[in-house]
Design a protein. Structure first.
Length: 152
């Protein structure tokens, strides 16, 4: 299991990053081009479709990375890189749960006026790109941990 977990962590983090980039460069641009009310109606359809790929990539990376933090307790250098990758993934989960998810549900329920929706979507996109940067960081630290573990 210890041999396959790094691959799950690296591929999951990389796939999650790619999924987030896809959302940022396609859906987000499309949503911003729509009338705010039409956007929220469209989001009601789009968001559930995005949950599957997001969970299918983030959760395996998150679990595998956490497991690798514990499995590498005797190798401090490797463990440190896995820990940094895990903390980045944890930050993504927190940002998603605290900021994006509540806003997503409000978009789906059309809880915002047109001007509020426009403003909220701008913030959503900004913080989405923060998630992308953090996901890329997690991917880099996962690769560095794997490289270091192969040297030892």
């Amino acid at each position: 299991m210890k041999k396959i977990l790094p691959y799950i962590a690296i591929l999951g983090a990389g796939a999650f990053t790619g999924n987030m980039i896809n959302i940022g460069l396609s859906y987000a641009i499309h949503w911003q081009s729509l009338d705010p009310i039409v956007f929220m109606e469209t989001f009601k359809i789009d968001f559930p479709l995005l949950l599957g790929p997001t969970a299918a990539t983030l959760m395996p990376a998150f679990i595998a990375t956490l497991w690798l933090v514990f499995l590498n307790k005797d190798n401090k250098e490797v463990r440190r890189f896995w820990l940094f990758a895990f903390l980045a993934l944890l930050l993504i989960n927190i940002l998603t749960a605290v900021y994006h998810l509540p806003m997503n549900l409000n978009f789906m329920e059309l809880k915002y006026s047109a001007s509020e929706a426009t403003s909220k979507l701008q913030g959503w996109v900004f913080f989405h790109w923060i998630r992308i940067a953090v996901a890329l960081t997690a991917s880099v630290f996962s690769i560095k941990a794997f490289q270091r573990s192969n040297k030892n």
